[in-house]
Design a protein around this ligand. Structure first.
Ligand code: GLA
Length: 388
């Protein structure tokens, strides 16, 4: 039996009170990423997975051309016209307006609709709530207007909405994970050609724990786009000497060092990307061999690279990862997502989870005078229609 305060019941309650019966309810999950950070837009490999925290949308048609939205999480509303799309001064509606613009650019014209959005996915915590909202929005509109979009088309449209309407030059990883996730599996995605395989993650005694630094990041307002430019500048330098290199993650360390002076920012950024891509390939082998210890060591190494070479970490995440490592209770830990805040991902044996969380919460409070929120997550299926 459903508890009255589970997300679905809450969502249905809100929708029904405002608009009557919804035609569809969909959900799209957030994601974690084990390895391959900032490699997606350098057309390398990523290793994300969808999690059991999601954004839910209830949707129904209207006879007119109005868009009426309610965000349960922000206790806020938005009203607009579908034939006069403009950016909202509020941030959250723009993720849906962005996907509507994508549809219109494909000559797919939704008419008016009502939607209620509710989430148990923390916002701004590096769990890709924006891609989840875009994917949920696309899936809901696809159902309501019977556009019959392919899943991969929705993935690229979600990315394009983020790039063009929100202004974040993100890669494809987040919407891909939100759409293609599977229970207990990681996705290994080659971003240069979108080939992907699933890697089983069957370690019944190991849990994924997220520690939320509480430092809210807004990627569009950070140096994310700058990192992309730095990588592009590095690639152009490499291509002057090695024209056969088509994308940064396809270069070798030797090629980086022969093309870009050591001890420069560009060299550091490129070194990280090239190392991270080969680290991920080695980690995939570790996983196939059930060698979770070596896999975890690679997560720690990724954190060092993100901190020292790519410069996207923050003191709070550095603290959490360092304490995880010295505790000897955590198999692997690192900052996750775009960076500049958000969560760290920790792989921990089930028996160690509660004692580790208790200690680190105290340490975090003591060091930063801040409450540490933690989430235990499971690897879950991607976006789906739950009603009807
Ligand atoms: C954000 C972006 C992704 C990816 C990660 C870093 O989550 O949306 O495309 O670049 O940062 O790996």
């Amino acid at each position: 039996m459903m508890l009255p305060n589970d997300p679905l019941s809450q969502l249905l309650g809100l929708y029904t009170a405002q608009f009557g019966e919804p035609a569809y309810v969909v959900k799209a999950p957030g994601r974690i990423n084990f390895l391959g950070e900032h490699t997606d837009y350098n057309l390398g490999y990523v290793m994300p997975a969808a999690i059991d925290k999601a954004i839910y949308i209830a949707i129904g048609g209207r006879a007119d051309n109005r868009i009426e939205l309610i965000s349960a999480d922000f206790t806020d509303t938005y009203s607009g016209r579908i034939d006069e799309l403009t950016h909202s001064v509020k941030s959250w509606p723009n993720y849906l307006l962005g996907v509507i613009q994508q549809l219109q650019q494909k000559q797919l014209f939704p008419s008016g609709f009502n939607a209620v959005i509710l989430s148990d996915l923390p916002v701004g915590a590096g769990l890709s709530s924006s891609a989840a909202l875009e994917c949920a929005g696309l899936l809901a509109l696809d159902q309501l207007f019977n556009f019959q979009l392919r899943t991969l088309t929705m993935v690229t449209m979600a990315q394009a909405a983020e790039n063009n309407f929100i202004g974040l030059q993100c890669g494809i990883m987040d919407p891909f994970a939100s759409m293609f996730g599977k229970d207990n599996e990681l996705i290994m995605l080659n971003c240069s050609n979108l080939d992907y395989t699933y890697l089983p993650f069957h370690f019944p005694d190991i849990e994924m724990v997220l520690l939320d630094t509480g430092v809210k990041h807004s990627l569009a307002g950070t140096e994310y786009n700058l990192r992309r430019e730095e990588c592009q500048a590095g690639l152009e330098k490499i291509q002057q000497k090695f024209p056969q290199i088509q994308f940064l993650s396809g270069a070798t360390i030797e090629q980086v060092n022969l093309s870009i002076p050591a001890d420069t920012i560009t060299n550091r950024r490129c070194t990280y990307i090239v190392q991270e891509n080969s680290r991920l390939l080695a980690a995939a082998e570790n996983l196939k061999n059930q060698d979770i210890i070596s896999f975890g060591q690679k997560m720690y190494a990724t954190h060092i690279g993100l901190r020292d070479l790519y410069a996207v970490s923050c003191p709070e995440a550095d603290f959490l990862v360092k304490e995880a490592q010295v505790s000897n209770q955590v198999i692997g830990a690192r900052m996750m997502g775009g960076g500049f805040g958000g969560c760290t991902l920790n792989l921990i044996s089930s028996a160690e989870v509660a004692p580790f969380i208790a200690t680190i919460t105290q340490q975090y409070q003591h060091h930063f005078n801040r409450n540490l929120v933690s989430y235990r997550v499971k690897l879950s299926a991607g976006a789906s229609v739950i009603i009807p």
